[in-house]
Write a protein that binds this ligand. Structure first.
Ligand SMILES: O=C(O)CCC(=O)C(=O)O
Length: 297
């Protein structure tokens, strides 16, 4: 059990502003706390991305009659992931993962190339930076939409080296009532923690990691929250009357790669028996610098 006492950190300690951004200062905060809030980072894209996310949500809901049961819940043919809806909801399933990506939304892809964000990624990771994955989006439906229990993303994709820097952004103003992100500053220094199976997949033991140990980050549409792959984070239910969409980009060093991935304790333990030994085909689009030739051998 981790009884480590982490430093008391306030929002002001981890907050900077996009219209007056000093990337080196932002990187310093990130490297100290494993997280950083950048007010207004994706302000100009939030509305368009929100529209594309909600169109994808509607499309996913219309495909629910073709949903297939999987270990994590149910998936529709377009790749959405659904979880059981809270009691009393007008449908028995609610969406969690929205299958929007750089291939389907121009606004989403363009936001991933935002110069302020790339300056931060470079200041944190060094001169050569690639995108990890094709972008991610989660939507909490109204009236109880799923919590995402506190977890480290490295439970899902543990990396060989420093790991990815994620940036999560709100598409609408988001507070404690509609499911803002919570982070645990300093937790990225605790190493890889043991996770269990929860309603929202891999999560930390709530007795050891209650929400009170985390810092809620309320914010406006377009605020960006950067966090390290081992920074503990999560978000509570959406108790409002309106959907709460968010989008995530991830950046990493060009030599980094996933060594063990998983979504349940069972499939992760199985994958851990045979960890990935080299970068292999895991090359993302370059967003800063240059990738020299490297063999996969
Ligand atoms: O939807 C959220 O607020 C949390 C998302 C998250 O924690 C994750 O994707 O790792």
């Amino acid at each position: 059990m981790s009884t480590t006492v982490l430093p008391e950190v306030t929002i002001e300690d981890i907050e900077v502003f996009a219209d007056d951004l000093d990337a080196e200062k932002g990187a310093e905060i990130f490297l100290e706390h494993g997280c950083l809030v950048v007010r207004g980072l994706f302000k100009e894209y939030a509305e368009a991305i929100g529209r594309d996310i909600m169109a994808t949500v509607e499309q996913s809901i219309s495909l629910l009659d073709q949903a297939k049961k999987v270990a994590e819940g149910w998936t529709t043919p377009n790749g959405a992931l659904f979880l059981p809806a809270p009691e009393g909801y007008h449908r028995d399933k609610q969406i969690m993962c929205v299958p929007i990506n750089y291939q389907s939304s121009a606004a989403f892809f363009q936001s991933g190339l935002n110069p302020n964000m790339l300056d931060l990624a470079e200041a944190i990771l060094g001169p050569n930076v690639e995108l990890y994955g094709s972008g991610q989006s989660l939507c909490k439906e109204p009236v109880g939409g799923h919590p995402k229990h506190l977890h480290q993303d490295s439970a899902y994709f543990e990396h060989k080296y420093f790991g990815p820097v994620a940036v999560l952004s709100y598409c609408i103003d988001t507070d404690l009532n509609n499911g803002c992100l919570h982070v645990v500053p300093g937790s990225f220094k605790l190493g890889q923690l043991e996770h269990t199976d929860t309603f929202s997949h891999l999560g930390l033991d709530p007795d050891e990691w209650p929400w009170e140990r985390s810092l809620p980050v309320e914010g406006k549409a377009g605020d960006g929250i950067l966090f390290h792959v081992r920074c503990i984070h999560g978000s509570k239910q959406n108790f409002s009357e309106k959907a709460r969409p968010i989008f995530i980009h991830r950046y990493r060093r060009i030599d980094d790669y996933v060594i063990v991935g998983g979504t349940t304790t069972e499939n992760r333990a199985k994958n851990a028996q045979n960890p990935q030994k080299n970068k292999g085909g895991q090359r993302g689009f370059m967003v800063r610098g240059f990738r020299p030739y490297e063999s996969d051998e």
